[in-house]
Design a protein around this ligand. Structure first.
Ligand code: GTP
Ligand code: ZN
Length: 337
């Protein structure tokens, strides 16, 4: 089960996302000229596994990194024993600048924001259409986190054999979020994985979802067991053969374009205390020009916001402004978030 509150495996350092999506720059200090580049695959109580060339290397953070934590998806520089042999431990001496950050605030008792996943291009928000019932506010909060962090959202609506996706699709239509709808049957014959896969090639996609929505079923269908074994994730399978995700883990997709799936623990909530409305509006390029006359530090969800008048003048679709406002309103925490 996920530990909420202070989690040593998630970074709490504020970094501005790089919306251009450039590759992280590497700037190895002369002291570590011999360092190798790697990517963080898993983090567990301060112990990390990193992919260095084709080897899975166990590592820990070097003291010189101070409070800065390496998270899953980080590109890092490592020194020391990089053989990947049993009982060896390398040291992470540098974390490259991140191209995106998926952040959340743990809860009201923990005002610090946490970076959950670094350098993902896409956030797949997995929602069951029934069992458990969809929670639009949770979806909205995930969308805000994606827009805030510079990730493109993808809606994956599972269990359409149990309920229709029409209501949700209508709700998210104005946002223009790409979506995939799946059924149980399609999981069995592989069609669901194939259709989701079309959105993943060559990209790094973090998967989030409430517990029980079918995220593990989906991730397992996307990356066969031998692939997970490759990066040492087999021990995540419990005795009953059921995979339980306790911390984020990165798994490489087996296709020519490359691409990564980053599985994350089942979500109960998604704190958004850290969100900056000026970053969220970047995901609404059609509305952004209307903010020039907004008061300073406008939340775009207040009476003085210039967007109302601008949209009323016919510059943009009112449904888009409505959607933006609905998303921004989810920043305020309510019972059940
Ligand atoms: N009816 C139906 N059931 C599904 C579908 N996909 C998955 N399930 C079932 O939903 C249940 C939960 O699936 P999991 O994949 O374990 O869900 P999860 O989101 O990973 O849950 P956690 O491991 O708790 O985070 C399982 O019993 C699956 O068999 C689907 O498309 N239709
Ligand atoms: Zn405004």
């Amino acid at each position: 089960m996920r530990r909420y509150g202070k989690n040593p495996d998630e970074d709490d350092v504020r970094v501005r996302p790089n919306r251009k999506g450039n590759r992280p720059r590497t700037n190895i200090r002369p002291k570590h000229e011999d360092a190798s580049e790697g990517m963080v695959l898993t983090v567990d109580r301060g112990r990390l596994t990193c992919l260095v060339e084709d080897r899975v290397v166990h590592a820990m953070k070097a003291r010189e990194l101070g409070r800065k934590a390496a998270v899953v998806g980080d590109r890092v520089s490592l020194v020391g024993d990089l053989s990947g042999a049993k009982d060896t431990l390398a040291r992470i001496v540098r974390i490259s600048q991140r191209t995106s950050v998926l952040r959340r605030t743990a809860d009201d008792d923990d005002p610090f924001e946490r970076v959950v996943v670094a350098n993902a291009d896409q956030l797949a928000i997995v929602t069951a259409l029934a069992d458990p019932e969809p929670r639009p506010r949770l979806i909205d909060r995930c969308l805000v986190a994606a827009y805030d962090g510079g990730l493109e959202p993808l809606l994956v609506l599972t269990k359409s054999d149990l309920a229709s996706p029409d209501g949700l699709l209508e709700m998210y239509g104005a946002l223009g979020v790409p979506f995939v709808v799946t059924t149980r049957e399609e999981f069995v014959d592989g069609a669901a994985a194939d259709r989701v896969h079309e959105h993943l090639s060559g990209r790094t996609t973090a998967f989030v979802g409430h517990s029980g929505v079918g995220k593990t079923t989906l991730v397992n269908a996307l990356v066969p067991e031998d692939r997970r074994r490759l990066t040492g994730h087999v021990n995540a399978v419990t005795g009953r053969g059921r995979h339980t995700t306790t911390s984020a883990l990165a798994i490489p997709l087996a296709d020519e374009q490359g691409g990564w799936v980053i599985d994350t623990p089942g979500l109960r909530s998604f704190g958004l205390n850290h969100v900056d409305p000026s970053r969220v509006i970047l995901a609404f390029p059609d509305l952004e020009p209307g903010t020039v006359n907004c008061p300073r530090a406008c939340s775009h969800d207040e009476p003085e916001c210039a967007l109302d008048e601008w949209v009323a003048e016919g510059h943009a679709d009112p449904a888009r402004l409505y959607s933006l406002r609905r998303l921004l309103a989810t920043r305020e925490r309510r019972e059940g978030d």
